[in-house]
Design a protein around this ligand. Structure first.
Ligand SMILES: [Zn+2]
Length: 347
């Protein structure tokens, strides 16, 4: 027995070294220029993206990690079923008001290995450029109506991460609605519609755009956060993080977190890579800054066995409309069909 423990220690040190070198903090490729990343225009992350270190996904969602998951909320969100049996004390911010999920839904004992994370940008009439980023308000309402009619519940990304990592219960048929870039239409168009359905959302904010003509105001953001929306970071200035120096990387990733924490009183735990651009170095910086969840633009259902800082999303384009949205939900419907205790979703 005497030799086993030292061997274990050696192995641990070895793994730590592997992890550190894999993190890329000693990056040997100082970027030549920092480029602003285009909006998330549909480019998937390249398939050769290196993986993340082993054990990455086991980081507990705990208040001690400064995650903000525990936000003075002794009482879990109204209507979140099964909260009395929620493990540990790590309460998610009460999901009140617009973010609340209705009671009476099944699902408290169900573990959802897959959850769709929808990616939206603007909910408004299309502009002249990047038309696909614009979802018509009428289409958006129809999409939300479909979710509501079929027993889906929009929750926040951090709720899903808590579900996967701590067994936090979710309402039946959970989905996540994310909005990138902090466009004012999220407040003026999407927010009222989401309130009608008691749906929550996760907003990814470029902090430099706050209080600017094409951005949300701090007051709007605070109002939505109070209503139960999750506010995550989308960096300060929407740079392609794979092209910036280590110093700029830390500033964009950790600095934006600090700004949002000061503004909202809660440090964000979710992060969206501008234009989905992420590599091992970038992911390492996001982890080091304290984020627990990261979303890419790689298409697909998010899953419990994906690296939590590289979760896939399902992009919703302006051209999708109602039918395209329903079609993109099909893989999730197929997955849910395997739950015998949930009512079948209409076609
Ligand atoms: Zn963006």
């Amino acid at each position: 027995m005497g030799t086993i423990v030292p061997l274990r220690k050696l192995a641990a040190v070895f793994l730590l070294l592997l992890w550190l070198t894999g993190c890329g903090y000693s990056s040997d490729q100082p970027p030549t220029s920092a480029r602003p990343a285009a909006p998330e225009t549909g480019q998937n992350m390249s398939p050769e993206q290196p993986g993340v270190p082993a054990g990455f996904g086991r980081e507990p969602v705990s208040a001690s990690a400064g995650t903000g998951l525990q936000e003075g909320g002794s009482a879990p969100g109204p209507g979140i079923p099964g909260t009395k049996t929620a493990p540990k004390a790590a309460a998610i911010k009460p999901v009140a008001g617009a973010g609340s999920v209705r009671s009476g839904s099944k699902g408290e004992d169900v573990r959802y290995e897959f959850v769709p994370i929808f990616m939206y940008h603007v909910v408004d009439h299309p502009g002249r450029t990047y038309a696909e980023l614009y979802v018509e308000p009428a289409d958006f309402r129809a999409q939300m109506q479909y979710l509501d009619d079929n027993g889906y519940h929009a929750v926040t990304l951090k709720q899903v991460v808590a579900h996967w990592q701590e067994g936090w219960p979710l309402p039946a048929r959970p989905v996540v609605l994310t909005f990138d870039d902090g466009y004012p239409s999220v407040y003026s168009q999407a927010f009222p519609i989401l309130k009608d359905f008691n749906f929550a959302a996760t907003l990814f904010i470029n902090t430099a755009k706050l209080n600017k003509p094409n951005g949300l105001t701090a007051a709007m953001l605070a109002e939505m956060a109070d209503a139960g929306f999750e506010v995550g970071s989308h960096t300060i200035s929407h740079l392609d993080l794979t092209t910036v120096s280590d110093k700029v990387l830390v500033r964009e990733v950790a600095g934006s977190r600090e700004t949002l924490a000061q503004m909202l009183g809660t440090a964000p735990v979710s992060f969206a890579y501008p234009a989905g651009k992420a590599d091992t170095r970038v992911v390492g910086a996001v982890k080091a800054a304290g984020y627990l969840a990261g979303v890419t633009t790689e298409y697909g259902l998010a899953a419990a066995d994906q690296a939590p800082l590289r979760l896939k999303r399902i992009r919703i384009n302006g051209s999708d409309g109602y039918r395209g949205f329903v079609k993109k939900l099909a893989p999730y419907r197929s997955y849910l069909a395997g739950f015998p205790d949930l009512p079948p979703a209409p076609p």
